[in-house]
Design a binder for this molecule. Structure first.
Ligand SMILES: O=C(O)[C@H](CS(=O)(=O)O)OP(=O)(O)O
Ligand SMILES: [Mg+2]
Length: 243
């Protein structure tokens, strides 16, 4: 079994893909499902998300969450905050998400991946176990990064996932995995690593330090968002359900 870590999304994944965007898309995705959402629709663009809302949807069966520049998108109901998501009840609702990096990374993974899962620090152990149970040849951990730049927070989480996976069985690992494991062992505890990342500092500057602290929790959730095999999702979207 191969274990591969891509420090940025490259594509060409043959088997299981763990998409990691710790700050903040995949952490927030886990929180939405934890709080009862029936599913998540990850869209290619904000416009695809806005177009999905039915006219006069008073009951708001679809809610929209996302950001640009870290801040909520006009016309959306929520930003990209796991703290905000964890404070709501999404029972009976589908959450439509669009973010700068994480939702794009998921679309890249889905081009070829047989099984696509969303991973964060908060669901790391459960995500690693699920990936191991599904994989037949390769597990790729794909770091979303920020605007095509490597993000310390995602590489650190990839290292945490790699540690869990290596404890579950034999793998041949690539240099990406070696880098992630080295970062995991040398960048301090999760809150130190995330707070010292460029993106963690930026979110702190936007007054979103609580999101960084939330995202630094390790394996507090057993919920793993899984790309739904039956493709009943609207065009330009990927449907994830709780696995
Ligand atoms: O919401 C976030 O933290 C980032 C936004 S940005 O990279 O700071 O513009 O989006 P994500 O897709 O979760 O990395
Ligand atoms: Mg990010």
């Amino acid at each position: 079994m191969r274990l591969r870590v891509d420090l940025l999304p490259h594509g060409g994944y043959p088997d299981v893909v763990l998409v990691v965007d710790v700050l903040r898309a995949t952490t927030t995705a886990v929180a939405y499902l934890e709080r009862g959402a029936e599913g998540l629709l990850l869209t290619r663009t904000p416009d695809v998300a806005l177009a999905l809302r039915p006219e006069g949807d008073e009951g708001r069966s679809l809610v929209l969450g996302g950001e640009r520049g870290g801040l909520p998108i006009p016309g959306f109901d929520f930003g990209n905050s796991p703290v905000e998501a964890a404070a709501q009840n999404f029972t009976g609702k589908t959450v439509v998400m669009n973010t700068t990096n994480g939702t794009d990374a998921a679309h890249t993974a889905a081009q070829t991946g047989k099984h696509v899962l969303l991973a964060s620090l908060t669901n790391a152990h459960a995500a690693a176990r699920r990936a191991r149970s599904l994989a037949t040849e390769e597990i790729a951990i794909v770091c979303a990064g920020t605007d095509a730049h490597v993000g310390l927070e995602d590489v650190y989480a990839a290292g945490v996932l790699a540690e869990y996976l290596l404890a579950l069985g034999e793998f041949s690992i690539d240099d990406g995995a070696r880098i992630a494991l080295t970062i995991r062992r040398n960048a301090g505890n999760p809150i130190e690593a995330l707070s010292s990342s460029a993106h963690g500092e930026r979110l702190g500057g936007l007054g979103l330090g609580e999101d960084v602290r939330y995202a630094a929790q390790v394996s507090t959730s057993t919920l793993v968002p899984v790309l739904a095999a039956e493709a009943d999702a609207p065009e330009g979207t990927l449907k994830f359900v709780a696995g």
